[in-house]
Design a protein around this ligand. Sequence first.
Ligand code: SF4
Length: 71
Amino acid sequence: MKEIIFDSKRCLKCGLCSKLDPENFEFSGETKLIGGKSDDGIVFKKNINGEDKSAKLAAGSCPGGAIEIVE
Ligand code: SF4
C-alpha cells in the first residue's frame, strides 16, 4: 500500500503539484490533497493504488518538500 503525505505547513502555494498530478492535487489559492484525510488539519494522508508516477513527480518537484510518497 502506498500513501501520499501532504504537509500543508510546508506548502508554498505555488500550485505546481496540481499541474503535475491533477488526480491527487487541486489548487485554487490553497492546495488540497483530493480525498486526503487529516487528524490535525495540517498533515493530510491518502492511500493510492497502482500508478503513482504523477504523484512521485509532484513529490520530487515540490519546492517546499511538502509531499512524500511512502510505501
Ligand atoms: S508543489 Fe508543493 S509547495 Fe507547490 S502547491 Fe504543491 S505542495 Fe505546495
